[in-house]
Design a protein around this ligand. Structure first.
Ligand code: SAH
Ligand code: SF4
Length: 387
């Protein structure tokens, strides 16, 4: 074979399969998107979809969002109530073992002022989030706060809690005091991976975390969970399993976003294993879009961690399927204390500034704001009406 022929052959060999592959992948994604139920392999293919196929996924998820949950985005004014935490999750900047954090608890007066701000500005709901504590003093403080927020707003403000694992009695006490939604991320549905990102002890028990979700559902909460995307050791197959886990659990709400490293945490040592931040963000957008296609009428949050990587991250999440935003109402002096990960955005913006910037961003994304409405998950309402 002379050089010329050999080049021609190798050229054909390299080129031809790529071209046909391209068409196979395209058709495969089209076919998957026509299905009612996705298999794990379908989900892996969707999560690995290339740029042009990604657009098809996003076009469908955005159409489904408009059809099933509408164009309204609901606000949940977020109070990062306290960074005091009894746990030692390997990824989290406010873990108990991080001695460089000054611990705080926002005062009752400040929380009630934030609640008043939320009410005056037509936010339908608040989220109270905090490090995990289960001592009686803390439980009582939360119960009191819930009652006071309900009194102050004549029951108008809906309240979501995100306070980690608690006993059934405590969940009941808080439900009776006025909380009606609860977020507790499973972080990853892969048990083995769970123990790579948490200590393997009774305080960080995978089964306890899953049981919490069932207990909350039985009490009557709208139940939300979620995962971190792009964790060290995590595979695309794990993320496919996470999506199947959400579906299987029939969740009402989801909040998920990219894992972002924090230098004062043990997982920081594995940062060389991470995808680039941009890729973690891209994968997170795909997770939001695919979940919207799978669970058409649940509430999905455009999370702050998405904005930490891409300035327009939350707007992009809204475009592909999210319908909830949590503007930060934590008094500014505490925000430096709640750094779960590096480069957390909006740490120096007052609530008023946050609000103006968000409203503009939501309109930019082509959505409207559901002022003064709770905006509960339609999925929850539907399930309860069926019972
Ligand atoms: N203590 C409660 C709620 C506060 S933490 C709980 O753990 O449930 C809220 C969420 O922050 C966690 O569920 C976790 O998913 C997220 N988080 C913590 N560290 C993070 C990191 N480094 N990158 C991205 N998200 C993180
Ligand atoms: Fe505490 Fe939650 Fe952070 Fe874990 S993720 S260390 S429970 S605040």
């Amino acid at each position: 074979m002379n050089v010329k022929t050999s080049f021609a052959v190798s050229f054909r060999c390299n080129f031809a399969p790529q071209k046909s592959n391209h068409f196979i992948v395209k058709n495969q994604i089209d076919e998957i998107l026509l299905k009612d139920i996705f298999t794990k392999d379908d989900l892996i293919a969707l999560l690995e979809a290339n740029e042009s196929d990604r657009k098809k996924i996003f076009a469908l998820s955005s159409e489904i969002k408009e059809k099933y949950v509408g164009k309204k985005v609901y606000f949940r004014g977020l109070i990062e109530l306290s960074n005091i935490c009894s746990k030692n999750c390997y990824y989290c900047g406010i873990r108990k073992g991080n001695r460089s954090v000054d611990r705080y608890m926002v005062g009752e007066k400040e929380v009630l002022e934030a609640a008043q701000f939320a009410l005056d500005n037509g936010y339908g709901s608040m989220v109270l989030q905090s490090g995990e504590r289960s001592d009686r003093k803390f439980v009582n403080e939360i119960t009191d706060l819930l009652k006071k927020i309900k009194d102050l707003s004549d029951g108008k403000l809906g309240i979501t809690l995100s306070m980690g694992e608690q006993s059934e009695d405590v969940y009941k006490e808080w439900f009776e005091a006025g909380a009606h939604r609860y977020l507790i991320r499973i972080e990853t549905s892969n048990r083995e991976l769970y123990y790579k990102i948490h200590p393997h002890d009774s305080k960080h028990d995978y089964e306890t975390r899953i049981n919490a979700l069932h207990t909350l559902r039985n009490i009557g909460y709208n139940v939300g969970t979620g995962v971190m995307i792009g964790l060290p050791f995590q595979t695309v197959a794990d993320l496919a399993d996470d999506l199947l886990f959400f579906k299987d659990l029939d969740i009402d709400m989801c909040g998920m976003g990219p894992y972002i490293e924090h230098e004062d945490t043990p997982l920081y040592a594995f940062r060389h294993l991470l995808l680039s931040k941009k890729d973690r963000f891209r994968l997170s957008l795909k997770m939001v879009a695919i979940l919207r296609i799978m669970m058409k009428d649940i509430n999905i949050a455009a999370t702050t961690a998405m904005q930490a990587i891409d300035k327009l991250g939350r707007e992009k999440a809204l475009k592909v399927g999210a319908n909830i935003i949590m503007p930060n109402l934590t008094p500014v002096q505490y925000r430096e204390g709640y750094l779960l990960y590096e480069d957390k955005p909006c740490i120096d913006e007052e609530a008023e500034q946050c609000k103006t910037c968000l409203e503009a961003r939501i309109h930019l994304a082509g959505d409207e704001i559901g002022f003064g409405e709770w905006g509960d998950s339609k999925h929850f309402e539907k399930r309860n009406n069926e019972i």
